[in-house]
Design a protein around this ligand. Structure first.
Ligand code: MSP
Length: 471
């Protein structure tokens, strides 16, 4: 089957932080799992480069905005590459082709678009208007950006959400558009109930950096219309027939931007006559010591530092196993170092070293048996529901069981007693079980998994340096 996997495209008003890695690691796990189970995969990543926030930041730094977005987009791309993300497409919203496609998308939506004047509270950080009620509740200050809302009065184009509300509601309710986890689905259904039409443009004087509204030079598209379109423009929409890949098998987004993906995005797709994505997975936020990471608090963790210190596989391991797939989780150096030492180095690293040494010493050969190893059905069930951290736990339990089995079965004693047949049986079964769990680890830890597979290919050769060296 063909499966299309997408990630949220980050704003380039800064360099990547560890939070951005979540989308990439989750989507990469899905993509690798889909390939492992025999599917063809298309996998998009990219950068969101328009909007007031980016324009302001470049101005503050006194850098031409074009250069600013080029540099930061490149920084994101090299971060994605560093994470060993198996993407097939990288989109930048400042691409000429994307801009043209966006304008065509607008034209095709035009019967659901109208012009009206609006007065309301706006947060440039969120790039959205908030309701009077929300503004009051937050005492006039955006809690995410710690900036006062600005009162804005202007003419905007609107997308008539009311044209689609019932359809969206029905599709979410019956899981035709499956929103995971379930408590977020409920939240979105509630939000949808009193969701007003959304403003989808800003006057050019207010927003200079964006896609021009077709047939109206005075207005620039709201950044979300431009950004959400990326998921289909990258496939070549509207020139190309995208039905090979669209609807997406799964779209990964943070909980903070789920509302855009559960309301505006479906409305756009329905307006274009396109099917809705099959699944949207909303992941939690990474917190640092229980707090949201922010530059002003000074608790932002630099991913390069983490990767340099303990290696990429440790990074992927922590973010995919100890960061819960669906809810907020904490990053602390202490937890990270613990996981490295006790789990990666002790559980997995030692297991591979021990078993490879025993097997090679005793002349064990693994030939055809290893070619048709498959992920187990329990594991697949979890993976199919995108319960990645749980599936990882499940595989890890098996790693720990194997360590226990070696201790219990004591192959060294069998060798000492000259019980050759028993010894061979015991080691072969341990190696094959390790290779089976290695298949299940491969979407999470692709490089380590490859190393393990090589270690146990004939002739079995113990790693010359530990998989996870002492730090
Ligand atoms: N540009 C929009 C997305 C447009 S998608 C059509 C945007 N960008 S962002 O840079 O603010 O966020 C990009 C992704 O990173 C989002 O999925 C967001 O939830 C995620 N994260 C940003 N900070 C995060 C954490 N601290 N933890 C986990 N994910 C985080 O929104």
């Amino acid at each position: 089957m063909n499966k299309y996997v997408t990630t949220a495209i980050p704003y380039v008003n800064g360099v990547p932080h560890i939070g951005h890695a979540v989308d990439y690691c989750l989507a990469d796990t899905a993509a690798r799992y889909f390939r492992l189970t025999g599917n063809e995969v298309r996998f998009q990543v990219g950068t969101d480069e328009h909007g007031g926030k980016i324009f302001q930041k470049a101005a503050e730094l006194n850098i031409p905005v074009e250069k600013y977005v080029n540099d930061n987009s490149a920084a994101f791309r090299s971060f994605i590459d560093k994470l060993n993300i198996s993407y097939t497409d990288f989109i930048r919203t400042t691409n000429e082709a994307h801009i043209k496609s966006c304008q065509e998308i607008w034209r095709r939506l035009s019967k659901h678009i109208y012009l009206a004047s609006y007065e309301g509270w706006y947060c440039t950080g969120c790039e959205r208007f908030v309701t009077e009620k929300e503004c009051k509740e937050n005492h006039g200050v955006c809690p995410d950006h710690q900036k006062p809302y600005e009162k804005i009065k202007e003419e905007n184009y609107y997308l008539r959400i009311s044209d689609f509300k019932d359809q969206i509601k029905e599709k979410i309710e019956n899981d035709e558009l499956l929103i995971l986890p379930d408590f977020r689905k409920k939240e979105m259904l509630k939000l949808l109930e009193d969701s007003p039409d959304v403003s989808i443009s800003r006057p050019r004087e207010q927003l200079k950096w964006g896609v021009t509204v077709p047939e109206d030079e005075s207005q620039v598209m709201y950044v979300w219309i431009d950004a959400l379109s990326n998921y289909i423009t990258v496939l070549g929409y509207p020139e190309k027939d995208i039905s090979t890949w669209w609807p997406a098998a799964v779209q990964f987004v943070g909980k903070d931007i789920l509302r855009f993906h559960a309301i505006i995005w479906p409305a756009m797709l329905l307006g274009l006559g396109l099917p809705l994505p099959k699944v949207i997975v909303s992941h939690g936020m990474i917190l640092a010591n229980g707090q949201k990471m922010s530059k002003s608090i000074g608790n932002v963790v630099n991913p390069n530092e983490v990767i340099e210190k303990y290696g990429l596989e440790a990074f992927r391991y922590f973010f995919l196993r100890h960061i819960d797939t669906f809810v907020d989780s904490d990053f602390t150096w202490e937890k990270y170092e613990d996981a490295y030492k006790n789990e990666l180095a002790n559980d997995l690293g030692n297991l591979v070293q021990r078993l490879a040494t025993l097997a090679s010493k005793n002349g064990i050969k693994i030939l055809n048996e290893a070619t048709d190893l498959k992920p187990s059905s329990n594991y697949c069930e979890l993976m199919d529901r995108f319960e990645f951290s749980k599936a990882f736990d499940y595989a890890w339990d098996k790693v720990q069981d194997l360590n226990k089995r070696i201790d219990d079965e004591k192959p060294w004693a069998l060798a000492k007693n000259g019980e050759k047949e028993k010894l061979e049986q015991c080691l072969k079964s341990l190696v094959l079980d390790l290779l089976q769990v290695n298949v299940e680890l491969s979407p999470f830890l692709p490089s380590v998994s490859e190393k393990i597979a090589k270690t146990f290919t004939d002739p079995i050769t113990p790693p010359s340096t530990p998989l996870f060296p002492k730090k």
